[in-house]
Design a protein around this ligand. Structure first.
Ligand code: FNR
Length: 366
């Protein structure tokens, strides 16, 4: 379909499913085992209701945000780190970066990106901010070299260490379809190829991740990087408290888009759990959330519940089937949906949003 007929993230997913290679669709869309968490990530947002206020002057609305106190962004969303964007478009993460730079959106670059960060960051003007997502390589010398390389790029304003994937989840759709070309992830040094077990691109590409990495080793990363650090994949109030204790500047409440532990909680429920059982952490660090976010209403609900910003993964990969233009169109759609939601809710800026603006009664017993 023509880009102009794409009205929402679902249209992008539908268009991608019917136009991109079957292996690419399987790798991008798949989730762990029975995909319960993947489905619930989105579905749970529909069980939270707004408490809209009326008769407030909503003629002007600002959705500008600031991430980690250092990165000014035009919208409270970011591109969640995702591997191998080149499978859908030859310019991959570079094409996403161009769209983000034009629209003032922050992109988090994955360790498993199909280009090195040094070839992604320069496509944006020097003031445009990025984050970097780090997988801890079992080869610590390689890992240290990568962290030093990232630390030397001033456009990268923070690192998120992914902590929910000490091993890669079992994604059967990805396993079933074999790859017919070998792809490379330059920063991890991994290659996607079939093995005796099947075609699982996620599994093969994630083999270098060190399952022994633990809390005490955050200091090792800190020794190599003085900028803001976040932990991506925190899912409980107990771990959110530990993140504060271990001195990181932020967490991303995430279950990896349902791709790791199936039946781990939908991420908005995990955010709510932290809001209820560890409310103090929101004053001590920034809290982000990703997973299943498909609408402006989803985004605003997460912000009401304390998120500084939200990440979207698959929607950006699907929009990339249309190149940079597709990614820009997706950002325009989301901006419009967020602004409309804010106006209808009676909010003029992000600082107006608070937990009292949502009714969570339907999920409070979960
Ligand atoms: C991911 N995700 C991910 N996360 C990460 O920390 N490092 C990575 O390399 C990847 N790679 C990756 C590839 C693909 C194809 C997907 C779909 C996801 C997880 C990602 O950052 C994010 O947590 C989820 O994508 C959010 O869920 P939604 O928005 O895709 O539902």
């Amino acid at each position: 379909p023509a880009l102009t007929s794409i009205l929402n993230t679902h249209d992008f997913a539908h268009a991608a499913q019917h136009s991109i290679p079957a292996k690419t669709w399987a790798f991008y869309s798949s989730a762990a085992t029975d995909s319960h968490t993947h489905a619930a990530n989105t579905a749970m947002y529909a069980r939270i209701w707004f408490r809209p206020r009326v008769l407030r002057d909503v003629s002007s609305v600002s959705i500008k945000a600031r991430f980690l106190g250092c990165a000014a962004v035009d919208m409270p969303i970011y591109v969640a780190p995702a591997a191998m964007a080149r499978m859908v478009h030859v310019e991959g993460e570079r094409a996403i970066a161009r769209a983000c730079a034009r629209k003032g959106v922050l992109q988090c670059i994955s360790t498993s990106a199909s280009f090195p960060a040094s070839q992604i960051v320069p496509v944006a003007p020097p003031a445009h901010p990025f984050f970097f997502q780090l997988y801890i390589n079992s080869n610590r010398a390689k890992c240290a070299a990568l962290i030093r390389e990232i630390a030397a790029m001033p456009q990268i304003r923070g690192i998120m260490i992914t902590v929910d994937a000490p091993v890669v989840g079992k994604r059967e759709a990805d396993e079933r379809i074999r790859a017919d070309e070998t792809l490379h992830a330059p920063m991890s040094g991994q290659q996607a190829k079939n093995d005796a077990k099947g075609g699982g691109m996620g599994r093969v590409m994630g083999r270098y991740i060190d399952p022994s990495f633990h809390w005490e080793e955050i200091a090792w990363v800190r020794g190599l990087y003085s900028g803001p650090l976040m932990l991506k994949g925190v899912q409980t109030a107990a771990d959110a408290r530990m993140a504060v204790e271990y001195g990181v500047q932020g967490i991303v409440v995430s279950n990896h888009g349902g791709r790791c532990l199936d039946t781990s909680p939908p991420s908005i429920l995990a955010l709510l759990d932290i809001q209820r059982n560890a409310p103090e952490v929101f004053d001590k660090m920034e809290v982000y959330v990703d997973g299943g976010i498909r609408r402006g209403t989803d985004i605003v609900k997460a912000l009401c519940l304390g998120a500084t910003g939200v990440g979207l993964g698959r929607p950006f990969l699907y929009s990339l089937a249309y190149g940079t233009e597709g990614v820009e169109h997706l950002i325009d759609i989301l901006r419009d949906e967020i602004e409309t939601t804010m106006r209808l809710l009676g909010a003029n800026s992000l600082s107006d949003l608070h937990p009292g603006m949502v009714n969570t009664a339907d999920v409070d017993h979960l």
